[in-house]
Design a binder for this molecule. Sequence first.
Ligand code: SF4
Length: 350
Amino acid sequence: MSLDTRADLAVRGVRVATPVRRPSGAGPSDDGHVVIEGRNAALPIDPASPYTVDRGKIWLGEIDTGLTLDVVKRPRFYDLTTADGVRYEQIARLHGKDVLATTVVQTCIRYAEEQRCRFCTIEESLRSGSTVAAKTPAQLAEVARAAVELDGVTQMVMTTGTTTGPDRGARNLVRCVRAVLDAVPGLPIQVQIEPPGDLSVIDDLRTAGAASIGIHVESLDDEVRRTWMPGKGSVPMAEYEAAWDRAVSVFGRNQVSTYLLIGLGEDPDELINGAAGLIERGVYPFVVPFRPMAGTLARRDGWPAPAPSMVRDISGRVAALLREAGMLGADQKAGCAACGACGVLQAAGG
Ligand code: SF4
């Protein structure tokens, strides 16, 4: 696949109706879910995009890009409801064609405007009623079982808004992982946490059965962190480093990942140097284009998406470093790096 086209699509999106969407939520990505050339892709769905879809192919105006695109169908588990009246799709959602994703706690102590990450809309999806504030382990188990049985889900991602406890929400995930694995033994689960203070919770997550872990820093540049993530950016980088190292020792090399966002104003060479350092540590740097999605402070303030050429350049160079180190996203057992939809690293060979 042409990396130029894939990077262009990641930023400029496509004009197509997608029944599976993620219009808002935790973290930096929204978008519609499709499969391009057999790989999961989360693309902005934009009526102004120059890309269209016809006869299962992506077109740029009159030009056939040669790329196939299948829209991810609405999964059957979305039509189910728990005994206490919560729709399954409010508990967990399909990402790509085969990933079940949930935000276990949909609130964040950092959501006040002066603390909030400028790319995040975690509480917007709560306000719109598309999700519920807290998912119980039993609810997650019920939905995971249905998603695997009815829709062929192959892995699960569990993230959480930051809570007030010293573990920042990580310990709750231990219970959730256990419950899901009791219901669906062997389902690969990735947990996503902030550095948890007491690092032993990382061991507990692994013991509970989580297969991989994401500890997402978003940027390694302290000035960018302060500007874009006033709350989360106050967690010292040393805490991230300690958490990554503990996670690598417990989960193994390349079963630990972090997001690095392209387009927050960081110098590309510095971003790539930082990614190289992470790879050396055994941490997969999932570089992803920032998207100014509706409801974010960044969108309100007019911060633009990065240039597609920058996304291609950074993704291509980080993918080369990953290949050199023998660390492929596809080798992660679960999680965003394994899914790859929100970035173009896998298309770049990383
Ligand atoms: S990369 Fe992560 S957030 Fe994006 S679609 Fe895949 S699982 Fe969901």
